[in-house]
Design a protein around this ligand. Structure first.
Ligand SMILES: Cc1ncc(COP(=O)(O)O)c(C=O)c1O
Length: 400
C-alpha cells in the first residue's frame, strides 16, 4: 500500500515559490541575484495597520474567534463591498480565511465533485488548476492570447462550457499578465454566463485596487446583478495593503455556499489569526491614501520595465492595466542559443539560462499556462529593475 495519497500525485508544488526559493539559495551562496519572482509588494504594511495588530495583542485579542471571522471585520467587509463595488451583502454572506488562497480552496472543496469542470482563462494564477485537482475537479484552461491582450473572449467562454461546468474562475487585473477587463469586455462574458444557469463565477478580485492609468475596475455581480445568486466575490488585504504575511482573505456570496465553506474551514484551520483580523479591520476602515501613493510608484516601475523589455531583441511586451506583473512574449528568442551555450527551446530554458548566466530570476510562462513567455514581478526597487532589465537586454543581445 503506498504511503502517499493519489491526491498528492495530482498536484505540483507552486513554481513561483520554487523560483523565489532558488533565487534565495543562490543569493545565500554568494551569487549576485535579482529576484523578480515574488508575488508580493515590497512596501511595508502601513504603520496604522501594524499598530492595530499590536493593540490587538496588548488587549489580549489572542484567542480563538468565530470560525469564519469576527463580526466587526465581517461588517467592515460588507461596507467595503458596498463602498467600492455597489454590492449589498449581509454578514452571514461573508467568509474570512487565512488568505485569499484559503478562500478559493474552501470554495472549491465545498462544491466540486469528481469530474466537475472549472473553466480557467490562461495565463492563470498558478494555484487555480492545482486547487481544482486537489478538490477532485477537472481544470479546463482556455488560452487568452497576446493578440487579445490576454483576455478571454465571449466566444471562447461559450465554447468551453459543457453540462459538467461548475465554475468559471475570473481574475482581473490578472496575475500573471496584469490584464484588466473593461466593463464592456466583462459584460460580454457575463452575457454568456446568463445563458448557462448551471455555471457559477468565482471572481478573484485580489488586485482590485492595483489599477492604473484610469482603468476602471469592475466585478461580475456588479456588472450583471442577475449573476449575484451564483457569484462568489473573492478579495483580500494581501496585495493592496501590503499585508501578504498577515494572511487575511475574504469572500461574499450566497449564504448556503458561505455556510459550506465555513464547514470546511472549521475542520481544517478554524479561524484566521485573531491579531491579523484586527489589523485587516483597520486596513478596511482606516485611511486608504497610501494605496494611490504606492500605485504611483508601481506605474513608474511598470513603464520602466515595459520600455526596457520592449527594447530587447526577440521580446514583445504589452502594457498591463494593473497588478504588478508583466508577461512578455519571447517568441523571438526561441530556437536561439545563449552565450553560455544553452539552446533555448522553451521559456523554461530561457529562464534557467537567464538565472544561471545573468542572475535574474523570473518565472517561466509554462507555469501559468501560456508559452513562450515569462512573468516579471516589478514589486521591487527601480534600481533593481533597471539592473535586471539591463541584464535581460544583454542576455537577449547575445542570443545567436
Ligand atoms: C490572483 C491571486 N489570487 C489570490 C492570491 C492569494 O492571495 P493571499 O496571499 O491572500 O492568499 C494571489 C497571491 O499571489 C493571487 O495572485
Amino acid at each position: 500500500m503506498p504511503f502517499l495519497s493519489d491526491t498528492l500525485a495530482r498536484v505540483k508544488p507552486s513554481p513561483t515559490i520554487a523560483v523565489t526559493t532558488k533565487a534565495q539559495e543562490l543569493k545565500a551562496a554568494g551569487r549576485d541575484v535579482i529576484g523578480l519572482g515574488a508575488g508580493e509588494p515590497d512596501f511595508d504594511t502601513p504603520a496604522h495597520i501594524k499598530a492595530a495588530g499590536i493593540r490587538a495583542i496588548e488587549e489580549g485579542k489572542t484567542k480563538y474567534t468565530a470560525v469564519d471571522g469576527i463580526p466587526e471585520l465581517k461588517q467592515a467587509i460588507c461596507a467595503k463591498f458596498k463602498r467600492d463595488n455597489g454590492l449589498d451583502y449581509t454578514a452571514d454572506q461573508v467568509s474570512v480565511s487565512s488568505g485569499g488562497k484559503q478562500v478559493l480552496f474552501n470554495a472549491l472543496m465545498a462544491t466540486l465533485n469528481e469530474g466537475d469542470e472549472v473553466v480557467i482563462p490562461a495565463p492563470y494564477w498558478v494555484s487555480y488548476p492545482d486547487m481544482v485537482l486537489l478538490a477532485g475537479g477537472v481544470p479546463v484552461p482556455v488560452t487568452a492570447t497576446l493578440e487579445n491582450n490576454f483576455k478571454l473572449t465571449p466566444e471562447q467562454l461559450e465554447a468551453a462550457i459543457t453540462p459538467k461546468t461548475k465554475w468559471l474562475i475570473f481574475n482581473s487585473p490578472s496575475n500573471p499578465t496584469g490584464a484588466g477587463y473593461s466593463r464592456e469586455e466583462l459584460k460580454g462574458l457575463t452575457d454568456v454566463l446568463l445563458r448557462h444557469p448551471h455555471v457559477w463565477v468565482m471572481t478573484d478580485d485580489m488586485y482590485e485596487h492595483l489599477a492604473f492609468d484610469g482603468f476602471e475596475f469592475c466585478t461580475p455581480a456588479q456588472i450583471e446583478p442577475r449573476l449575484y445568486d451564483r457569484t462568489l466575490t473573492v478579495n483580500g488585504v494581501s496585495k493592496a495593503y501590503a499585508m501578504t504575511g498577515w494572511r487575511i482573505g475574504y469572500a461574499a456570496g450566497p449564504k448556503e455556499l458561505i455556510t459550506a465553506m465555513r464547514k470546511i474551514q472549521s475542520q481544517s484551520t478554524s479561524n484566521p489569526c485573531s491579531i491579523s483580523q484586527y489589523a485587516a479591520l483597520e486596513a478596511l476602515n482606516g485611511p486608504h491614501d497610501f494605496i494611490a501613493q504606492n500605485n504611483a510608484v508601481f506605474v513608474r516601475r511598470r513603464n520602466l520595465v515595459v520600455e526596457m523589455l520592449n527594447a530587447c531583441d526577440g521580446i514583445t511586451c504589452p502594457m498591463p492595466e494593473g497588478a504588478f506583473y508583466i508577461y512578455p512574449d519571447i517568441s523571438g528568442c526561441i530556437g536561439k542559443t545563449s552565450k553560455g551555450g544553452t539552446k533555448i527551446e522553451t521559456d523554461e530554458d530561457f529562464c534557467t539560462a537567464l538565472l544561471e548566466e545573468h542572475g535574474v530570476a523570473v518565472v517561466f510562462g509554462a507555469a501559468f499556462g501560456l508559452s513562450p513567455n515569462f512573468r516579471v514581478s516589478y514589486a521591487t526597487s527601480d534600481a533593481a529593475l533597471t539592473e535586471a532589465c539591463t541584464r535581460i537586454q544583454a542576455f537577449c543581445a547575445d542570443l545567436t
